[in-house]
Design a protein around this ligand. Structure first.
Ligand code: FES
Length: 154
């Protein structure tokens, strides 16, 4: 797996980041749906994957996303205490804290990963979160850490 530095050169003009958003079925996905129903804008660079619960996201999924060229990964779930499966998001919070600090150690900036709680009634929060995340990741440029060059399409 080739490892290269993230440099200013990795930010070409008109750079559009690849963002992967894991959204739990019961809250965040419904929040994304509400954002769409209310015609709230968020960038099309965000690709949503619906999961039954945020705790369904195995840390390997996040590593695999970066390996396959994602520039940022965000996990969205129900607010603590509101998980449809009672305690799934508590596992997510613990797991992702460990994973994100390990990724930081490997050179993937902390700003490229995020966990956010978005309820089904928070369409505006979902759109604002995605806009902010895309802006942050855009300012960091292309992620070249962990990227498997065999997966690159360009
Ligand atoms: S069902 Fe939403 S975080 Fe568990």
């Amino acid at each position: 797996m080739p490892i290269t530095e993230n440099t200013a050169d990795s930010r070409p003009e008109g750079f559009r980041p690849r963002i992967l958003a894991f959204c739990c079925n019961w809250c965040s996905y419904a929040g994304a749906d509400l954002a769409g129903t209310n015609r709230l804008d968020y960038p099309a660079d965000v690709k949503i994957i619906r999961v039954p619960c945020s705790c369904r996201v195995n840390p390997v999924f996040v590593l695999r996303a970066f390996q396959r060229g994602a520039d940022g990964v965000i996990l969205c779930g129900c607010h603590p205490g509101d998980c449809h499966y009672t305690s799934g998001n508590y596992f997510t919070r613990r797991r992702m804290t460990l994973l994100f600090s390990m990724l930081d150690f490997l050179g993937i900036e902390k700003e490229r990963t995020r966990v956010e709680w978005v309820s089904a009634a928070e369409g505006a929060k979902f759109a604002a979160t995605m806009n902010d995340f895309v802006k942050t990741v855009s300012s960091l440029g292309k992620n070249r850490r962990l990227e498997d060059l065999r997966c690159r399409k360009e």
